[in-house]
Write a protein that binds this ligand. Sequence first.
Ligand SMILES: NC(=O)C1=CN([C@@H]2O[C@H](COP(=O)(O)OP(=O)(O)OC[C@H]3O[C@@H](n4cnc5c(N)ncnc54)[C@H](O)[C@@H]3O)[C@@H](O)[C@H]2O)C=CC1
Ligand SMILES: O=C(O)C(=O)Cc1ccc(O)cc1
Length: 300
Amino acid sequence: MLKKIVIFGVGLIGGSFARALRQAGAVEQIVGVGRTAKVLERAKELGIIDVASTSVEEALRGADLVLLAAPVAQTEVILKSIKPYLQAGTVVTDAGSIKGEVVTTARAVLGDKITQFVPGHPIAGLEANGPEAAIPDLYVGKKVVLTPLAENSAADVALVAQAWQQCGAIIHQLTPENHDAVFAAVSHLPHLLAFALVDDIANKPHADLLFQYAASGFRDFTRIAGSSPEMWRDISLSNQGAILTELDAYIAQLTRFRAQLAAGDGLAMQAMFANAQQARQNWQRSIETAEPQHQPDGDK
Ligand SMILES: NC(=O)C1=CN([C@@H]2O[C@H](COP(=O)(O)OP(=O)(O)OC[C@H]3O[C@@H](n4cnc5c(N)ncnc54)[C@H](O)[C@@H]3O)[C@@H](O)[C@H]2O)C=CC1
Ligand SMILES: O=C(O)C(=O)Cc1ccc(O)cc1
């Protein structure tokens, strides 16, 4: 049982963490800290947090666990605000979609107190944002990747893992570097492709006509283009190197495909489609086995 948790950024991810822990009866008091009073007050109205705090000092007093759940470029400003009031018994974690730069920032800001920072990333989410989108079962059966640091104590890592397990999540561990390379390929690139495709179509002079006839294939491919622009700006810039690597590989793939199409090489095209179809079917089967409640409309 956690006596007090503090959430910086009570949106989809922070709010769902709060709702899940409350539903599990795993926490006594939930304090929210926000960028704007309005969002925080809404989170309180919705019953997600008990206290909408305007004082970091007060918020951190006696806290067992602090979760950073704001866009990743906010990490520095939030950790700087925390550091003077961070007591020895408090563990800090985060939910950011990238880990390398978060860890670098945390080391620079926290200094000796880096021992208390256990980085994490829930692999569950939606294209919706804000406290209204928060749901208690977002993490049920989903992975949470922790990227513990050599300086972390086993007890602090266990505390963070247990909190996510109380939310129904399954704990995995990666190094920050492996984490960022993996998610550049299977999360960051797909989001950026979806944004780029919708932007491209929206900028065409006959966009209205095109959108009028866009159907379920378009909806499936582009659902994630409804995600937060600020969050994806921060992820892109923070994981620039790994994303550029994946983008270059994808551009090369498109260039190969373009040449096949231009040459009318149906055999080569069909071979690529068949390989992708098989891989997609295998992935779908494995994810349905591992996450039986998997929904087609979102990673929830
Ligand atoms: N949306 C998703 O599907 C997933 C997001 N993440 C990560 O979780 C984090 C939060 O994402 P969401 O909950 O989706 O975003 P969100 O937009 O729903 O919530 C973020 C909240 O942080 C607040 N905020 C911004 N700056 C702040 C600051 N300096 N101090 C305190 N609060 C601040 C915003 O007002 C907002 O309420 C991001 O780092 C993102 O990379 C991780 C997994 C999935
Ligand atoms: O909406 C979806 O399907 C997602 O893929 C959500 C998501 C977004 C960012 C993450 O770091 C993890 C999960």
